[in-house]
Design a protein around this ligand. Structure first.
Ligand code: NOJ
Length: 537
C-alpha cells in the first residue's frame, strides 16, 4: 500500500448504535461489553473504523444525544473502565474508534444547565443562550426553539428539542470546557469524533430575526423550512472557524478523524473542511444522497456533483442510512440484488463509505405505530396521523431503523436473552440475520465482505482518482479508479436486464454474480443488477 492519503481519508466506517448492537447482561438493551464481544464480527467483515453513537451518561430522552456527563458512561451501557477496554479492544483488532461528540447542546439535566437556569447571576449564567424575549427562530424540529424558564424569567434556545439546551460558544469558557472534553477522550486514545449538528453551534450575536422563505419543510439541499431561511442560526461564519480551531486541538494528538454532521447544500458543507486547504474538519456527511433513486442516471449525476464539490485533496463520504433515517433497503423495496449494487457503488467509488449496522445484512425498518414511539421526535408529532408522514415521505419515527441487530435465527435474533428488548426485533430475523448469511457466499453480507477485502487489497479503491468510462449503455454506471499501483474499472448494472457492451478485457477482481464477466469477443456481459471490477491486464 502506498498510503498517499491520511488514514481518515482511506478508511471505511461502520456505525454502531450501542443500544441495539448486543446485550451482554440480559436487560434488553445493548451495552459496551456486548459490543466488545462482537468486535470480531466487525473486524472479520472488514471495516477499519467504528463510529459509536453516544454512550455517555444521559437521561436518554434522545437516546444519548442528550448528554449529562461527557466523561462518564451511561450505567445501562457500562462503566468508564468498559469504555477504556472497548478502546483497547478495537485497537487490538487493528481498527480505529470514533466517538460521537455532541458539542452544540447538553441535556437539560447536565449540572451546567441546572446551574445556569437557577438564576441570572451564577458562574454558569452565561453558558447557555438566554434571552428576555424570543425572536422568530424555529428549531430544527419545527416550532419555536425558545423555551421559558421561570427561575430566570427568561427563554433559553434549543436547536433540537426542549431538553437539549444549546451551549453559548461566545463565552470562551464554554469552548474551552468542550475542548477539554475532546482532549480527555483523545488522551484515552480515541481516533476521532463524529460531530453532532456541528453547523448549528454559533448563532447570530445580535439575534436578528430570520428572513421569510416559501418553504414548509427543510431539505438537505435547502435548509429553509417552517417558512424561514435559517440565516442567523445555522452555518454562521464562526462555525467554519470553529472547525479549524477544533482541528488544531485534535492535531496535537496526531492524525484524527473529524466527521461533521452538517447540512445546507454542498457549497456550504464543503466550507467545514477548510476553504482551500484541508485545515477544518476532515470529512463531512452529504445527506442529500440519502434520498437517492436507484438509477444509473441518478448516481452519475450524484458522483459528478460530489467530485465537483469535493475534489482531491478533499474526500467525500458515501452514506445511505443512519440512526435518523430509514434503512437504505427500504428505498429499494427490499430487493437484495439492488442492495448489492448500491453497496458495491458505496465501496468502490472515490470516498469514505459509512455503513450503519445491519445494512450489511439488509435489515429492514420495523413498522411501528407513532402512538407507541420512544423517539422524542416522533413523540412530538404523535397527535398527527401516521399517514400524513407517509404522504410527505417522512420517516418521522426513528425507532423503526434502530431495532436490535439481527445476529441469528433465535429468540430476539440472538441480540438479548431478555423476554422483551427495548425496541422489538424484526419478525424477518429468522431469515435476515448475520449467521445464516455468513454461511452463504451469495448473501449481501458476503458480498460486502468481499468488496471490503478488495478495497484493502487495491489501493486504487481507497486512494485512486475517479474517471468516467464512456460508451456504455445508459443503465450501466462505469468508472475507473486510477492509481500507480494498478487501475481498476468498475461496472454496475442498474437494470434487471442483462447488458453487453464493448470493452477491452481485463482480469476479474470481483463480480456480483456468475453472469458477470468479460467475454471472449472483447465484450463485457453483466447480468441483471450485475457488477464487475476489472483490473487492467
Ligand atoms: C442528530 C442526531 O443524529 C440525532 O439522532 C439527534 O436526535 C440530534 N442530532 C440531536 O442531537
Amino acid at each position: 500500500m502506498s498510503n498517499r492519503l491520511p488514514w481518515y481519508h482511506r478508511t471505511t466506517i461502520y456505525q454502531i448504535y450501542p443500544r441495539s448492537f448486543y446485550d451482554s447482561n440480559g436487560d434488553g438493551i445493548g451495552d459496551l461489553r456486548g459490543i466488545i464481544q462482537k468486535l470480531d464480527y466487525v473486524r472479520d467483515l472488514g471495516f477499519e473504523t467504528i463510529w459509536f453513537s453516544p454512550f455517555f451518561a444521559s437521561p436518554q430522552q434522545d437516546f444519548g444525544y442528550d448528554i449529562s456527563d461527557y466523561t462518564n458512561i451511561a450505567p445501562e451501557y457500562g462503566t468508564l473502565e468498559d469504555a477504556l477496554e472497548l478502546i483497547a479492544a478495537v485497537h487490538q483488532r487493528g481498527m480505529k474508534i470514533v466517538l460521537d461528540m455532541v458539542m452544540n447542546h447538553t441535556s437539560s439535566e447536565h449540572p451546567w444547565f441546572k446551574e445556569s437556569r437557577s438564576s441570572r447571576h451564577n458562574p454558569k449564567a452565561d453558558w447557555y443562550i438566554w434571552r428576555d424575549r424570543p425572536n422568530n427562530w424555529k428549531s430544527l424540529t419545527g416550532g419555536s426553539g425558545w423555551h421559558y424558564a421561570p427561575e430566570r424569567k427568561q427563554y433559553y434556545w434549543a436547536s433540537f428539542l426542549p431538553f437539549q439546551p444549546d451551549l453559548n460558544y461566545r463565552n470562551p469558557q464554554v469552548k474551552q470546557a468542550m475542548f477539554d472534553i475532546v482532549r480527555f477522550w483523545l488522551e484515552k486514545g480515541v481516533d476521532g469524533f463524529r460531530l453532532d449538528i456541528f453547523n448549528a453551534i454559533y448563532k447570530d450575536a445580535a439575534f436578528r430575526d430570520n428572513p421569510f422563505a416559501w418553504s414548509l419543510l427543510p431539505s438537505e439541499s435547502n435548509p429553509a423550512g417552517f417558512f424561514q431561511r435559517p440565516e442567523y442560526n445555522l452555518n454562521l461564519p464562526e462555525n467554519f472557524i470553529l472547525a479549524r480551531e477544533l482541528r488544531q486541538v485534535t492535531n496535537q494528538f496526531g492524525e484524527k478523524l473529524l466527521l461533521g454532521e452538517v447540512s445546507g447544500g454542498r457549497e456550504i458543507i464543503r466550507k467545514f473542511l477548510g476553504e482551500e486547504v484541508n485545515d477544518g474538519l476532515t470529512l463531512v456527511f452529504d445527506f442529500e444522497m440519502m434520498a437517492f433513486t436507484f438509477t444509473a442516471a441518478y448516481f452519475r449525476r450524484l458522483i459528478g456533483e460530489i467530485e465537483k464539490h469535493f475534489p482531491p485533496p478533499f474526500m467525500p463520504v458515501y452514506v445511505f442510512s443512519n440512526h435518523d433515517r430509514q434503512r437504505s433497503i427500504e428505498r429499494l423495496n427490499g430487493d437484495v440484488r439492488k442492495a448489492k449494487v448500491l453497496h458495491m457503488l458505496q465501496l468502490t467509488v472515490r470516498g469514505v463509505p459509512c455503513m450503519y449496522y445491519g445494512e450489511e445484512i439488509g435489515m429492514r425498518n420495523v413498522r411501528l405505530p407513532l402512538s407507541t414511539a420512544l423517539d422524542p421526535l416522533a413523540r412530538k408529532y404523535r397527535a398527527i396521523p401516521g399517514f400524513v408522514f407517509d404522504l410527505l415521505k417522512m420517516n418521522i419515527n426513528r425507532d423503526e431503523a434502530r431495532t436490535p441487530m439481527q445476529w441469528e435465527a433465535a429468540p430476539q435474533a440472538g441480540f438479548s436473552s431478555a423476554a422483551q428488548t427495548w425496541l422489538p426485533v424484526h419478525a424477518n430475523h429468522t431469515f435476515v440475520n448475520a449467521a445464516s448469511q455468513s454461511a452463504n457466499p451469495d448473501s449481501l453480507l458476503e458480498t460486502i465482505r468481499q468488496l471490503l477485502k478488495a478495497r484493502r487489497q487495491w489501493a486504487a479503491l481507497s486512494e485512486g482518482d475517479l474517471e468516467w468510462i464512456g460508451g456504455t449503455p445508459p443503465d450501466i454506471l462505469a468508472y475507473r479508479r486510477t492509481h500507480p499501483e494498478g487501475t481498476l474499472s468498475i461496472f454496475l448494472n442498474f437494470s434487471p436486464q442483462g447488458q453487453s457492451f464493448a470493452f477491452e478485457t481485463g482480469k476479474v477482481v470481483f463480480k456480483l454474480s456468475a453472469d458477470d464477466g468479460p467475454e471472449q469477443s472483447g465484450r463485457i456481459h453483466l447480468g441483471g443488477y450485475g457488477g464487475l471490477i476489472l483490473a487492467a491486464p
